[in-house]
Design a protein around this ligand. Sequence first.
Ligand SMILES: [Zn+2]
Length: 250
Amino acid sequence: MENLSLIDSHAHLDELEDLQESLQEAKGTGVSGIIAVGMDIESNRKVLQITEVNHGYVYPAFGYHPWQIKEEKVEANLSFIRDHIENCVALGEIGLDYKIKTKKELQQRVFEELLGIAIESNKPVIIHCRYSHHRAFETVKEMKIKRAVFHWYSGSIDLLDKILSMDYFISATPALIYSPSHQEAIKRAPLERILLETDTPVSYQGKEARPKDVKITLQEVSRLKGLDPSIVLEQTTANASRIFKIPFRP
Ligand SMILES: [Zn+2]
């Protein structure tokens, strides 16, 4: 475990005030790459800026989180994404959330537009779903998306089997320490279909995550699977490298 080469496949770096310090800590912990996900046009712009300054270490994903969707701003963000599509390694964070007030129809329309951009540009997608797992999966499948990550998957095992049968990925977070539904999903999914992440700066048990905490995710996945962390590390880093087409540095 001397030379880690962890990839944090989902972090909201644009929300960090201690960004450079957090990146240094991540490097010191053996994190070799981070996927910075965007939430809306402002966040996408910041993500682009961060990845330009940290080229080859932070990789951008542009998105439109369902929490951030505002009807009057949809076109501006979609054009930003189209204009910068060649700069990103994925579209995300995108998806459906049925626990919020934003109209389901509007969420669905934006989600489908984004999936359309992913198809045209041959990019993978990073999906958020809450109380909407089936609808999100059906939409992704119907739109013939080839590469998808169901981020922090804690839906049903039945649906997980369908997700896995499409060769889609799920990602693991430090919530594995305490979330039974997330643990069940990670136990069930083969290692070849799992990515590691932190969803920085989400708080787990009262402590805000940073990309270095992807090491906690590694430990938890290893514990649940009863595997040596070096095996989990190598496979999940290879998975991230394959889906996002980023360099693999074992
Ligand atoms: Zn997120």
